[in-house]
Design a binder for this molecule. Structure first.
Ligand SMILES: Cc1cc2nc3c(=O)[nH]c(=O)nc-3n(C[C@H](O)[C@H](O)[C@H](O)COP(=O)(O)OP(=O)(O)OC[C@H]3O[C@@H](n4cnc5c(N)ncnc54)[C@H](O)[C@@H]3O)c2cc1C
Ligand code: SF4
Length: 483
């Protein structure tokens, strides 16, 4: 169990974070990696609890006590092998997972929890640095062909698992590069793209085929605000004829809009239009056409996407950034004994919000104002009622100046053309209907077609997408072997 008194003798160590004044001048990664000595101490704080709640709360069920033990003994290769046995992409979760595991760490009840995410990142970075991450070869060849539609974390983990099980996997992506939101969406200062590229290189060596700029379904019907680089179209019929199984991992791409007076004014954009254009600019693919330099930027929404818009707008020289969130401001702390091991409902401040934005809570946007182009948004305070309903507080109307508005209110469901193409059943929210568990886990209403990730469960997290992709691969493998 770590060091005998590690949990008493040592404090939590956070990886170095670049100071705000320095990091807002570029798009390089903000959070550093623990040193070899720091990670040994951090892992040595693990108490190897009888019931590791951290494992239970991690959607991948990473075996923290096991790899923590190897890490504190400086057995990095063994630690990596344990980590890689449950997680295809620890270099990604080690950077951007919100780490529900840490809130469930038993040590966190009375001291600071073990820094599980920072250990994860260090172990995998050490493994890449020292050549432990190699293509996994398989001797079993099934000669069964699987098409995976969508190259986000769900599609990628599913493709890697199926390839390692001996199947021939082709990933088809409508955009011009592989990665889904990992490539086009999440900013480089959270997730540098070379981190993704080195993993894709491993997958190619293992035998995964990637096809880009190819969309499945009618591209004319794609909803407003969805990126599409496709120059080729593939039909469901072609896929069902040419492959033994098809996995749909299209994400949840349809953005929630704000149909308010003035919505058509110039200067109002969906968040991903701005974020993707910036990913592309950073990659040398042309300037971001949405210029925020010296402008007053208003971001509407309260989640990760909104936060990422704030960080990018600050780096691009916005005069001010204001975030309008209709959720109530949460307390700074809660009674841990009442909520552990669940996620604490506390006010969180992202690295982007630390960089300088005004946060307005319990506030609804009621109109976009301006002539031809946006100049301000009208707002009103709200109070929440049971049943996720709210009412406006009379007399609390305000106007917030805005030259650019970014709508970051989340995503409703996967885009419709793909679902229509396969004539699939959807759930009440418009996601592809498929069970999470049981004999028919991840199977859709078409026996040959499976679904995983945000397109099945609704907008979520990378760690859930990876977990879904892995579990879906097990179901697809069972299906292929039964034929
Ligand atoms: C801005 C932003 C920031 C985020 N930050 C975080 C974070 O910090 N931490 C975290 O855990 N989660 C974060 N998330 C959520 C996370 O990115 C998603 O939950 C995750 O990427 C979902 O994975 P996925 O594989 O299901 O779908 P996606 O990553 O969305 O990938 C789906 C892919 O399918 C492709 N596709 C769709 N339809 C078709 C079609 N018809 N034909 C061909 N290809 C198609 C799309 O082009 C896309 O590339 C963030 C999300 C956003 C939007
Ligand atoms: S993937 Fe997320 S929840 Fe799982 S161990 Fe890593 S940081 Fe924790």
């Amino acid at each position: 169990m770590g060091f005998e008194n590690g949990f008493i003798d040592f404090e939590r160590i956070e990886p170095a974070t670049r100071p705000v004044s320095e990091r807002t001048g570029d798009f390089r990664e903000i959070i550093g990696t623990l040193s070899d000595d720091e990670v040994k101490i951090q892992a040595g704080r693990c108490m190897d609890c009888g019931i590791p709640f951290c494992m239970h709360k991690c959607p991948l069920h990473n075996a923290m006590p096991d790899y923590n033990q190897f890490t504190c003994e400086a057995e990095f290769k063994k630690a990596y092998n344990v980590l890689a046995s449950t997680n295809n992409f620890p270099e990604i979760t080690g950077r951007i997972c919100p780490a529900p595991c840490e809130e469930a760490c038993t040590l966190g009840i009375h001291r600071k929890s073990v820094g599980i995410r920072s250990i994860e990142k260090k172990v995998v970075e050490y493994a890449f640095e020292h050549g432990f991450v190699k293509a996994v070869s398989t001797t079993a060849r099934s000669f069964k062909k699987v098409a995976v539609i969508g190259s986000g974390p769900a599609g990628l983990s599913c493709a890697q698992q199926l390839t390692r099980l001996g199947h021939k996997v082709t990933v088809i992506e409508k955009n011009d590069k592989i990665g889904g939101l990992l490539r086009y969406g999440i900013p480089d200062f959270k997730l540098p793209k070379d981190v993704l590229d080195r993993r894709l290189a491993q997958m190619e060596l293992e035998g995964v085929t990637f096809i880009t700029s190819t969309m499945v379904g009618n591209k004319e019907k794609l909803e407003k605000g969805i990126r599409n680089d496709a120059t080729h179209v593939v039909t469901a019929e072609e896929l069902l004829n040419n492959y033994d199984a098809v996995v749909l991992a299209p994400g949840s791409e349809t953005p929630r809009d704000l149909s308010l007076p003035g919505r058509d004014l110039k200067g109002i954009h969906f968040a991903l239009e701005f974020l993707i254009a910036q990913n592309r600019e950073n990659n040398g693919d042309g300037d971001n056409p949405i210029s925020v330099r010296d402008k007053k930027v208003v971001v509407i929404g309260g989640g990760e996407t909104a936060s990422d818009c704030i960080g990018v707008a600050i780096r691009k020289g916005a005069a001010s950034v204001t975030q309008i969130d209709y959720h109530d401001e949460l307390p700074q702390q809660v009674d841990i004994l009442k909520v552990w091991p669940d996620l604490r409902r506390i006010k969180r401040t992202s690295t982007s919000q630390q960089e300088g934005c005004t946060r307005i809570f319990s506030t609804n946007t009621t109109a976009f104002n301006g002539k031809d182009k946006i100049s301000s948004v009208s707002t009103v305070k709200i109070t929440w009622q049971p049943g996720h309903k709210f009412t406006a507080v009379e007399g609390s109307e305000e106007v917030v100046d805005a030259d650019i508005v970014l709508i970051a209110m989340g995503y409703a469901h996967p885009s419709i053309p793909l679902i229509e193409e396969f004539k699939l059943e959807t759930d009440e929210r418009g996601n592809i209907r498929a069970d999470f568990s049981g004999e028919l886990a991840f199977a859709t209403s078409n026996a040959k077609v499976f679904a995983a990730g945000d397109g099945r469960r609704g907008q979520s997290l990378v760690v859930h997408a990876i977990a879904e992709g892995r579990k879906c691969a097990v179901s697809v493998d069972r299906f292929l072997n039964s034929r």
